[in-house]
Write a protein that binds this ligand. Structure first.
Ligand SMILES: Cc1cc2nc3c(=O)[nH]c(=O)nc-3n(C[C@H](O)[C@H](O)[C@H](O)COP(=O)(O)O)c2cc1C
Length: 200
């Protein structure tokens, strides 16, 4: 009887330790895409608007960070980039990304940052997420834009990745605000993370 009790208690201890370990090791990652070059409203930029937001999200949540870069660089010229991106959206293209997709096995949450491009997520981001495999992950989207907000991007992500849990209450920040107003970005990100229960 004593042995059975010991076994039982030992089992409980192991179970509770493994759940503590799971909580400790559950990590989040910020995956973002952001373009430099000629921008819609802030001239030629060296650091993209979304990049600025992504770094704040990563710092506030203690997340790892991964930048999606396209293999065939988008034109620096704004109108040329607009034209190429339009074609990619229309054809649901999957342009290649540079390097290797991150190993997502150690993450349960992905903060996903992107600029609104033609009312959608830039196609190269889909390429990356399809390769990295996001089934079972929670995706928390944030974007920068110049008037369209998130648009239907969160819905589109949920449609392309039906086995991921895509938060529909994403964060949208104007690109020119992201580029020029660090305090506003901090306030917006903080408010969003608190609403999601990720910050106290
Ligand atoms: C190809 C392309 C398409 C865009 N389409 C939209 C759009 O549909 N709606 C919108 O509000 N802004 C649109 N924009 C503006 C960007 O979303 C905005 O400038 C954003 O902040 C750029 O972020 P980035 O610097 O991180 O790339 C577009 C910009 C580009 C380059």
């Amino acid at each position: 009887m004593r042995n059975i009790t010991k076994l039982f208690l030992g089992g409980i201890l192991m179970l509770s330790m493994s759940s503590i370990n799971a909580a400790e090791t559950a990590k989040s990652i910020v995956i973002y895409f952001s373009r430099t070059g000629e921008n819609y409203s802030v001239g030629v930029i060296k650091e993209g608007n979304t990049a600025k937001v992504a770094k704040v999200v990563a710092a506030m949540t203690g997340s790892d960070i991964f930048e999606v870069k396209e293999a065939d660089k988008y034109p620096v010229n704004y109108n040329e980039c607009i034209a190429r991106a339009k074609k990619e959206v229309q054809t649901k293209a999957r342009p290649a990304f540079l390097g290797t997709a991150p190993d997502l096995s150690k993450y349960d949450t992905i903060y996903l940052g992107y600029p609104n491009w033609w009312g959608d997520v830039p196609m190269v981001v889909y390429t990356l997420l399809e390769k990295a495999k996001v089934d079972g992950k929670t995706i928390l989207p944030f974007c920068t834009h110049e008037g369209s907000g998130l648009g239907a991007t969160a819905k589109k992500l949920a449609k392309v990745f039906p086995k991921a849990k895509v938060e529909q209450d994403g964060l949208a920040i104007y690109g020119h605000v992201a580029q020029k107003d660090a305090a506003a970005v901090k306030t917006a990100v903080e408010g969003w993370l608190k609403k999601l229960g990720k910050l106290k």
